[in-house]
Ligand binder design. Structure first.
Ligand SMILES: Nc1ncnc2c1ncn2[C@@H]1O[C@H](COP(=O)(O)OP(=O)(O)OP(=O)(O)O)[C@@H](O)[C@H]1O
Ligand SMILES: [Mg+2]
Length: 465
């Protein structure tokens, strides 16, 4: 982005320079040519004035002072000078071959002598084989034309003098471009850097870090204002989420006590009901509902704790936890004649939110046992990859359709005909804990048709102490 901004700004400056400098260059060229013509004309008149007397008395060719002056001027200005008499015969010249030559075939000399007016212009020169720039002036003595002076130079010499001027202009343009590039670079740096930081802050917020803030001390005012607004929004969001979390946590916590009291009273009522079957069964059902409510409250509490990402992750040996939880569940599984097989090599370190590994495994085994028929098998497997480890809890139950597998992670969702007593929060908790640990959870279909509940967790390394 920075380079694009610099390119645009330099491009604009280059365009402005081109719009400005191309006509200026043309104008400069015309002005420089006019200036040269005027200067040569003035010099030709000076030389004419100096040679007037010598031309009049026919001593010009032998006038050493005049000859020296012509030679010096021609070499200083890098031009050719020729002085003719009234008949157009070369008398003094920096090019000695022209002395004694009839030069009236040079139109400018012929015209200067004929009209008595200065002649300036360009024409093709057969002698040079290229274009010639010339100034020819008559030498006047009173009203008489006693001769002519011509100063000429190949067009290329005039071009190079004009070119010197244009080179100066080009240099200034290049200098302007260099300054524009430097300014554009500084400007882009001052805009792009704070924008990048703001972008990074929005990314962090989107990834769930609600405590993130964008720097508000650099860049142009507009960007600082945006950063300020972003920070206010992030602070407000953090506050709202925090309030919601603590409400869910506190409410669930507060509900536990009256619920325990309710359960105790129901148990008491069950004893007092004695042999009355009707009251006994009503109380029994009320107890089941109370248990469901308790599980739901426990689940909500666990969820609100899982959402609290302020707690850093723990590194645990997932294989050890898996074996331990399998031992815990085995007696219950055996009661329903379900076999639990574990395939996990110890030393499988993963990084998880404290206590999450146990909760994840317990919830998945609980679900799997719920649907396992007597004589079936439940397999718990760990597959370790380079960056993460997969935990598979595979049952031989009836399985779930694709739509059900997706919906199973929703809070309070339970499949039609699911066993009573569940709260529908177990998988939501698994999902939340896996996410909070930097991993994910999904339900797949096992090869045997049951469910393969898969949780992926990032590998962890025990920090050296
Ligand atoms: N292994 C499985 N096989 C078939 N169905 C399953 C399996 N695991 C979960 N389900 C279905 O997904 C639903 C949601 O599961 P979840 O664990 O979230 O809630 P629950 O088990 O009903 O209640 P809780 O776990 O809170 O006591 C279950 O009610 C069940 O219908
Ligand atoms: Mg469950």
């Amino acid at each position: 982005m920075k380079w694009r901004l610099v390119a645009v700004m330099v491009g604009v400056v280059a365009l402005v320079l081109a719009i400005h400098d191309i006509p200026l260059a043309n104008h400069l060229e015309t002005v420089e040519r006019d200036r040269l013509a005027t200067k040569f004309e003035r010099d030709a008149f000076i030389l004419g004035g100096r040679s007037e007397e010598a031309l009049e008395d026919g001593s010009a060719a032998t006038d050493t002072g005049l000859n020296a002056m012509v030679l010096r001027y021609a070499s200083e200005e890098d031009v050719e000078v020729v002085i003719t008499d009234a008949d157009g015969i070369g008398v003094v010249s920096s090019d000695t071959t022209k002395v004694g030559e009839d030069l009236t075939n040079r139109t400018e000399i012929e015209q200067a002598l004929a009209i008595g007016e200065p002649q300036t212009g360009e024409r093709y020169s057969d002698t040079l084989g290229s274009d010639l720039f010339f100034v020819a002036v008559p030498v006047l003595s009173g009203d008489d034309r006693v001769g002519a002076v011509r100063i000429s130079a190949p067009e290329s010499i005039v071009d190079s003098r004009v070119g010197d001027q244009l080179r100066g202009l080009l240099l200034v343009a290049l200098l302007s471009l260099a300054i524009a590039s430097a300014v554009a670079w500084l400007f882009a740096a001052s805009v792009v850097r704070p924008l990048r930081r703001l972008h990074a802050a929005t990314d962090r917020l989107a990834a769930g870090d609600l405590s993130t803030r964008a720097p508000t001390d650099e860049g142009p005012r507009e960007i600082r204002d945006v950063a300020d607004s972003f920070n206010s929004m992030a602070a407000r969001t953090e506050q709202l989420v925090e309030r919601q979390r603590s409400f869910a946590g506190t409410a669930s916590h507060q509900l536990r006590t009256p619920l325990t009291a309710l359960r105790l009273r129901l148990e008491q009522l069950s004893i007092e009901a004695g042999d009355d079957e009707q009251i006994g069964s009503t109380v029994e059902n009320a107890l089941i509902e109370t248990d469901r409510l308790r599980r739901m409250i426990e689940g909500l509490l666990a969820l609100s704790r899982a959402e609290d990402t302020a707690v850093g992750p723990d590194v645990v040996d997932l294989a050890v936890v898996l074996h331990d939880r399998a031992e815990h569940w085995r007696p219950l599984a055996e009661e329903s004649d379900v076999r639990i097989d574990v395939a996990a090599a110890t030393g499988t370190m993963v990084s998880v939110v404290p206590g999450a590994a146990e909760q994840i495994i317990d919830n998945l085994i609980d679900n799997a046992l719920e649907v396992s028929a007597p004589g079936s098998r439940l397999s718990l497997t760990l597959l370790s990859g380079p960056a993460s480890t997969e935990l598979h809890v595979i049952d031989e139950g009836p399985g779930l359709s694709e739509d059900e597998r997706r919906r199973a992670f929703e809070r309070f969702w339970r499949a039609d005909g699911a066993a009573p007593g569940g709260s529908g929060l177990g998988l939501a908790i698994v999902h939340q804990l896996a996410n909070a640990s930097g991993g994910n959870a999904e339900l797949r279909t096992a090869p045997g048709g049951g469910v393969d509940a898969t949780v992926t967790l990032p590998n962890g390394r025990v920090r050296a102490t």
